[in-house]
Design a protein. Sequence first.
Length: 355
Amino acid sequence: MTRIYFAIICFALNLSVLCAQNDKISFNETTHNFGTIGEESGKASCDFFVTNNSDSPLLITNISATCGCTTPKWTKEPIEPGKTGSITVTYNPLGRVAPFTKPVTVYTNQTSPIVLRIVGEVVKGKVNNVHQFSTKDYLVEFGNYLLKTKELNFDKMAPGEVKTIRLEAYNKSEKNITQQIKKLPKHIKVVFSPATIPGKTEATVDVSFNAQEFNQYGRLKDEIHIFINGVSYAFPYSVTILDDFDKWTATKRSNAGKINVNFPELNFGNFTKGNSRTIKISNSGKTKLNIRNVQSDTPAITVSKPVFSVEPGEIVELKVIVDEKKITSAVSAIISIISDDPKTPIFELTVTAKP
């Protein structure tokens, strides 16, 4: 009877792996082993990372657990093609001294339900290992490769600035783990210390952004790919590059250009009046206003010119164009106008349209 029960468990585990690894979505792992957990050590958590391999947005519609001891949380926003979302599963060991296997079922708009599992053993008291790495310290997990954070938010930077973010990593396995970068843009630099992490050893990853090499104002959201034991993992990063107003004198600030836009919102409706609109940008300041960049957060919406200047008292027209062929459903987008107005360095224009 024991052998039959074991065989059923193995079949179920293998089936969940087969369901999770398909041409539409994939996971960094489908079963997470917590090892030994002390009953009094507090809740334990792990992160499953899901990658959208399809050509359309992936939405996790629901995740269910079979026991109140297991609590899932997940990325609620649509996961764009090629991007990665997360599922955090938390287990409460209190009053549960025994080996455990807990399934959570993931429901999406792309596939049939997928079963993930957490396993381990709860023992009495507290467990104080030399390296007790819980998700309280390491919040990101790629198999045996752990990170304290995956946050690469460089925040606001000046055009000539270089900023570095240090990520702390840990190899929880007994075997070596290699970290490698195969291709980077010139404005990004990554340094591994060390590149090969011995078993049960900590390491650091320094990621630097060079705003001078990027040579563009405005917002940037992108990702770098780090190969961990040959497997590529996406690390999103973000940055906003603006004039360094902290270095401006009080006189320069008071005499600066001041941006005015006649419309804070454009509604194209269903294009009965065409697919372009004109906004007017004026300067009520005392000196020339430099429009550093005009950015749209969707490729379906573009502008007639991204960089220009506006003299005091002058009015400049800017055409906003919507590509109807790239819109399949109602869209609400933001056009960001970046300037050297110290009071309003980013003016956001809302654009709505529907096919």
